[in-house]
Write a protein that binds this ligand. Structure first.
Ligand SMILES: [Zn+2]
Length: 848
């Protein structure tokens, strides 16, 4: 980007330190501030241009050097550019100065910039919490600054706040004195050199865990509503493990002086990696590990590890501009799995990563996919980068290269990269270059193809006599083959009677031939499924795999199922090729594999009505019952967390997809017991909540509504809130809509709940039509980044009557901040509507 860009400030003035004082009163909707910014003026200037949006600079601003003071003549805001020009009376010569100014600003109520969040305590009193979320460009709403990621500086904050509330920022408190009556002036240590979007302030009636826990010398605390402090210990535990583990992995000590993790009652995103003060949604930080289902704990562990991975990758070393945000997020995603895998190896989190990867496979197969990285001029252009292609495909291609290079070589490259660029900024290729130096492999050429080309390949695997031939082509259900190819880093595994062989190969445009190790060898072309590819085998090789499932890793079995369903979606194979394979998975014990089977079955259920749907439910019951019978309803002492998770998944499937009355009866009992005792396993309890809603009526709805508000943990509240979308009575769907638009559902949760309601197989239409008819009224309540979920729910609908209606509506109603995501959702809906047309009759006759 050149200096002429309207989105890039001139490099004539460079800041190096901000001393900021803010006066914050949670009961007021405005704030006052002042700042001293140490700047270096590089050439003679007549104005200082910096970022500022909805902040007003007061008269009296000056630029001072050691021996001069120049008054700013005029501050001219440019609201559309988010800039302020400070006009100087005379030309200012190059040199070092301090810019001193006072300003006022407004607190937002929309979960962006500096905003107010609210909660009500047990006595019914409302409390306000001031917090910040600056990524990408909202620091400028809080204080005038050079609000670009490569204009790094140190920050020294002083907060004047009511003397009875907690005030925290990126760094430790170092002083506190009385200010005006009822207020205290709290000063904080100077921060490390960092970008403006990572500055954070949290002020309000919150509790802090005490005493701190420590990772090495670093004190760690959780800040949250005082009545939820008892749910903070798990987040502290994960933080200690993560900081220690990342410190070792990266070979660099944690770069800030302390770590606080704050749970914010209203939070648009999942969490935010502000240096030294990470902010979270309550459900992703506060958990009772003894009462939480495995996935609920995993969500907290992964989120904490993800944010803490950023303290080095993102915060210490930062992308030069917003085109690089994908690497920031993809890397933290991948590292969070590595870290949690080290913390809890029995969770086999990379198997779970693969089930998440299914969504990225879906989106990236569309005509309207995008390359992972693309040019970004305006920071808003990057808002579309916060999607599944960035987090999941991006994370998956990093996993691919890590597995292919080898874990140690990859880690050495990362260390090299972080050491070389600490406290500074990078372009994406700097990472590839570091990995290339560490490995001697052509990492930059490989990764450039994967990040600058949209889509991904299918690898066709054919046996030809005593060789195996691998070829590639772009995989897509909607595009004709377009000739795109990739250097595909594959690990090929062959299992022969006399042993197993692993080969790391690079499949180029013209394919690759490998000797078949033995006439009966099992060939797994994508061992561990670490490459971001689909794999299609010839009939012989495929039937070997299906008949010898126990020789495959769970990740490899998951891919076999996922690819079989993808072949149906792409029109390569009839539905029978997927359904006929399922009995082979009778003894399956991995949740990741079952979840993939269930995904295909859930689609089939959506394509069937009447009697055939009933017969299809028989099939579901036949498949699932023996697996559940093996586990039983009651946890056994030898159960792993994954066994418990699978038990819950199977109960949910049997009770909902199988509509099984016996399961529904047992779920009713389990749900009731789980409310009053702790004797029900959390995964069973969570599944029972879903099953009871699916089979339930008014009485259950009433109960769920109150549990959504009063259940003792954020996770349980969420279980009941989400389950409200499963009731099948049209009247109850209307009640849910009324609830979702009331104060009982926070704006941070409402878009997700609408989305779930639209996905309701039987009465989702009512939710969709409500969204359609009330679009303009519901939107202003939601954070801009969450609006897209309304379209994500609707995209699941494939009823021939509704598809044209939904397509027409979104053609008229763009979601500009996530335009591409909307276009993808609509294409995905057309793809699945076409699948329904193609296989609907086949399914109907199979199940008649
Ligand atoms: Zn992140």
């Amino acid at each position: 980007m050149t200096q002429g860009s309207p989105y890039r400030l001139p490099r004539t003035v460079i800041p190096s330190r901000y001393a900021i004082e803010l006066r914050l009163d949670p009961t007021s909707s405005t704030f006052d501030g002042s700042e001293d910014v140490t700047i270096s003026v590089r050439e003679p200037i007549t104005e200082i241009v910096l970022n500022g949006k909805e902040v007003t600079v007061r008269a009296g601003a000056v630029v001072a050097s050691d021996d001069t003071i120049t008054e700013i003549a005029k501050a001219v805001p440019d609201p559309s550019a988010g800039r302020i020009s400070l006009e100087l009376p005379d030309e200012l010569p190059p040199g070092d100065y301090v810019l001193r100014l006072d300003f006022t600003g407004k607190l937002s109520d929309l979960m962006e910039g500096m905003y107010r969040s609210r909660y009500t305590d047990d006595e019914g009193r409302e409390h306000l919490v001031i917090t910040t979320h600056f990524e990408a460009t909202d620091a400028r709403r809080n204080f005038p600054c050079w609000d670009e990621p490569d204009l790094k500086a140190t920050f020294q904050m002083t907060l004047v706040v009511p003397d009875d509330v907690v005030a925290i920022t990126n760094t430790p408190e170092i002083g506190r004195e009385p200010a005006d009556p009822g207020f205290a002036r709290v000063s904080f240590a100077e921060s490390m050199v960092m970008s403006t979007y990572l500055v954070c302030v949290v002020v309000g009636n919150l509790g802090l865990t005490h005493p701190p826990v420590y990772a090495g010398e670093t004190p760690i605390r959780v800040a949250c509503r005082p009545d939820r402090l008892h749910l903070a210990s798990y987040a502290n535990e994960v933080a200690v493990f993560s900081l220690n583990w990342f410190g070792d992995y990266y070979g660099i000590a944690y770069p800030e002086q302390k770590l606080d993790q704050a749970a914010i009652p209203d939070f648009a995103q999942g969490a935010m990696e502000n240096t030294g003060l990470v902010t979270y949604r309550e459900t992703l930080l506060l958990v009772d590990p003894s009462q939480a289902a495995y996935v609920e704990k995993l969500d907290v562990a992964e989120t904490v590890a993800h944010e803490l991975a950023h303290m080095w990758f993102g915060d210490l070393v930062t992308m030069r501009w917003w085109n690089g945000i994908w690497l920031n997020e993809a890397f933290a995603t991948f590292m969070s799995y590595l870290c949690v895998d080290a913390m809890e190896p029995s969770w086999r989190v990379f198997d779970g990563f693969q089930t998440n990867r299914m969504v990225a496979f879906e989106v990236d197969a569309l005509e309207n996919t995008r390359p992972i990285e693309f040019p970004v001029e305006s920071p808003d252009d990057a808002s579309g980068m916060f999607d599944t292609l960035t987090y999941t495909k991006g994370g998956a291609v990093l996993r691919m290269i890590e597995q292919w290079l080898g874990a140690d070589v990859f880690r050495d490259g990362i260390r090299r990269y972080l050491r070389a660029h600490a406290y500074r900024n990078t372009e994406t290729h700097d990472l590839w270059d570091a990995l290339e130096e560490a490995s001697g492999e052509p990492v930059r050429r490989i990764m450039d193809a994967w990040i600058f080309q949209p889509g991904y390949p299918a690898i066709e695997v054919r046996r030809d006599g005593d060789v195996v031939r691998l070829t590639q082509h772009r995989f897509s259900p909607s595009l004709p083959e377009d000739g795109t190819t990739w250097p595909v880093p594959l690990i090929v595994r062959q299992v022969a009677p006399d042993g197993e062989q692993l080969q790391h190969v690079l499949v180029e445009a013209d394919g690759l031939e490998l000797p078949l190790e033995h006439p009966d060898a099992l060939v797994i072309a994508n061992a561990g499924s670490s490459a971001f590819v689909r794999t299609f085998y010839d009939d012989d090789l495929r039937s070997r795999l299906v008949s010898r499932l126990d020789e495959l890793a769970p990740s490899e079995r998951q891919s076999l199922v996922d690819d079989a369903w993808a072949a149906v979606v792409a029109g390569r194979a009839p539905a029978s090729s997927f359904l006929d394979m399922l009995p082979a998975f009778e003894g399956e014990s991995a949740p990741a594999v079952w979840q993939t089977i269930i995904t295909g079955l859930t689609w089939c259920d959506r394509f069937l009505d009447g009697e055939p749907r009933e017969r299809f439910r028989d099939l579901v019951r036949e498949l699932v019952r023996p697996a559940l019978a093996r586990l039983g309803w009651d946890p056994r002492s030898e159960d792993s967390d994954l066994d418990r998770e699978l038990r819950g998944d199977l109960i949910r499937t049997l009770g909902v997809l199988g509509d099984d009355p016996e399961t529904q009866g047992m779920a009713r009992e389990a749900e009731m017991l789980s409310r009053t005792t702790s004797s029900v396993d959390a995964s069973v309890g969570a599944a029972a909540v879903d099953v009871v809603a699916f089979a339930g009526g008014v009485e259950e709805f009433d109960l769920y509504e109150s549990r959504m508000l009063d259940a003792p943990t954020p996770q349980e509240q969420e279980r009941y809130r989400v389950a409200l979308s499963r009731f099948r009575d049209p009247e109850l769907m209307r009640r849910l809509i009324a609830l979702t638009t009331s104060d009982k559902v926070r704006p941070q949760d409402a878009p997700f709940l609408f989305s779930r309601a639209e996905m309701n197989r039987d009465v989702g239409k009512i939710a969709w039509r409500y969204v359609r008819d009330n679009w303009d009224e519901i939107l202003p309540r939601f954070a801009a980044s969450n609006v897209i979920h309304l379209a994500h729910g609707a995209r699941i609908i494939t009823d021939p009557e509704l598809v044209p209606e939904i397509q027409a509506f979104f053609a008229e109603h763009d979601i500009p901040q996530n335009h591409l995501s909307l276009v993808q959702a609509m294409e995905r809906q057309r793809v699945m509507a076409a699948v329904r047309e193609r296989i609907g009759a086949e399914l109907a006759s199979r199940f008649s």
